[in-house]
Design a protein around this ligand. Structure first.
Ligand code: HEM
Length: 424
């Protein structure tokens, strides 16, 4: 079945993701009427939309049958795709990070930092991350009862954490934040490079490419430095890492830095901002979690489900196959619709309610299988520490204006959350 054009347009529309509700409605319709069907929005090559929780997991589990790297890993309009391939000399990828790789490379490159991201290793960062959380909570208290929680706290704290673990000095953080927002928000005139609305796809690719070049220049210099002076940071692991006895390839090393320096904070910031937005609108949920710190772990899972900052990743089939009763052809492009999986009525009771007591919570916002988010334990830890520090001091909170989301169809979450609050 082919998905009706209005639904297909909605699920790729940056503006619809900014508004939120149209995307929720489109996916609810798809889960009910066409849970695995083909979308052909104008300007895009056809792709299957995998809307149900179980089918998303089924695709992610079979990473030999459904590849990441054979074609574009995120929604890319035809014209933008042509532009990328012109720039790269035929590759669909501007850089080669883990999300663009398949085995055997994926396994080898992931193994390089896997242990670093495991809870045992992260434990040594706990005290420092708590210091940073306290700093931002004090900062919020100093703002005197009104602030934009997104800009004043949620964007800055995960940025500081990930830049410290990566080894980027604090003075360069504003530059990293701007470059990340340009990369993920190329459709949003508030954050893209030229601050222009309705850029055509080729112009957007040119802007994204210029941003990637800026990132590469920065991290190239950092690699040189860490090869000469290794430190106890992630950049040193990447700069001095070896695959089959050789240093990482240039595009692969750059991909590693860029994914950590972008996905490593934007997603966590979006989730943090979205959590306070949800709590400010729901005094009963705020009271529950404030009065029972044991609920913080549930709050984190529920807020990751609620925000689902990564809206999709794409896969392509390596052979003819069948999924959920549909025949998938070799080479077919597939969209894993994470926000849809996280509202699936067959898995979540009252999926459109924000419930800090929800348990179990089988949210799939970190993906699943071989590519499951490498930073998931770090993200959870940062958020746990922030709520442990903030909730005891936050006496009351309400919205002081209209929160807004970034207009983007790949990574998106709140860009402004104005609040009024009392703190001690
Ligand atoms: C709430 C926060 C976050 C969310 C929702 C999130 C979401 C995701 C998703 C959906 C994927 C793809 C998974 C798949 O294909 O199955 C992913 C991959 C990845 N994430 Fe995260 N992420 C978050 C935080 C982080 C952090 C803090 C870091 C690092 C510092 C990070 C680094 C990565 C990396 C390196 C990958 C690629 C893994 C691979 O392909 O093997 N993420 N993330």
């Amino acid at each position: 079945m082919r998905i009706p054009e209005d639904v297909a347009r909605t699920i790729v529309s940056p503006r619809a993701y900014g508004a939120g509700a149209p995307v929720d409605e489109a996916f609810t319709w798809l889960r009910r009427e066409a849970p695995l069907a083909v979308a052909v929005p104008p300007g895009y090559s056809p792709f299957w939309v995998v809307a149900r929780h179980a089918d998303i997991l089924a695709v992610e589990r079979q990473n030999d049958l459904f590849h990441n790297g054979d074609t574009f890993t995120t929604l890319t309009p035809i014209e933008a795709g042509k532009q990328v391939m012109k720039m790269t000399g035929g590759s669909p990828h501007l850089v080669r990070a883990l999300v663009q790789m398949d085995n055997p490379d994926h396994f080898a490159y992931r193994r390089l930092t896997q242990a670093w991201f495991m809870p045992q290793n992260l434990r040594q960062l706990e005290a420092r991350i708590r210091e940073l959380a306290r700093h931002f909570v004090d900062h919020m208290a100093s703002l005197g009862g009104t602030c934009d929680f997104a800009r004043d706290v949620a964007f800055l704290y995960p940025l500081r954490v990930v830049m410290e673990v990566l080894g980027v000095p604090q003075i360069d953080e504003p530059r990293m934040l701007t470059l990340t927002q340009e990369l993920f928000g190329s459709a949003d005139p508030d954050v893209n490079r030229s601050k222009v609305a309705d850029l055509d796809p080729a112009e957007r690719v040119r802007e994204v490419q210029a941003t990637v070049v800026d990132f590469m220049q920065y991290f190239h210099a950092m690699t040189e430095d860490r090869r000469k002076n290794p430190r106890n940071d992630l950049a040193s692991v990447i700069a001095n890492g070896q695959i089959d006895g050789k240093p990482l390839g240039h595009l692969e090393a750059m991909g590693y830095y860029i994914i950590a320096a972008t996905a490593g904070h934007d997603t966590t910031s979006a989730t943090t901002a979205g959590t306070l937005w949800a709590l400010a609108e729901r005094p009963d949920q705020f009271a529950k979690v404030k009065n029972d710190p044991a609920l913080i772990a549930n709050l984190i899972e529920e807020s990751i489900r609620w925000v689902t900052p990564v809206k999709h990743f794409m896969r392509s089939a390596t052979a003819d196959t069948e999924l959920a009763g549909q025949k998938i052809g070799k080479g077919d492009w597939m969209m894993l619709a994470y926000p849809s999986g996280n509202r699936d009525e067959s898995v979540f009771d009252r999926p459109f309610d924000f419930d800090v007591t929800r348990a179990p919570n089988k949210q799939l916002a970190f993906g699943y299988g071989a590519h499951v988010c490498l930073g998931q334990h770090l993200a959870r830890m940062e958020m746990r520490i922030l709520w442990e520090e903030l909730l005891p001091r936050l006496q009351s909170v309400e919205l002081a204006g209209e929160p807004k989301n970034v207009e983007a169809n790949f990574v998106s979450g709140p860009k402004t959350v104005p609040i009024r609050y009392k703190m001690n």
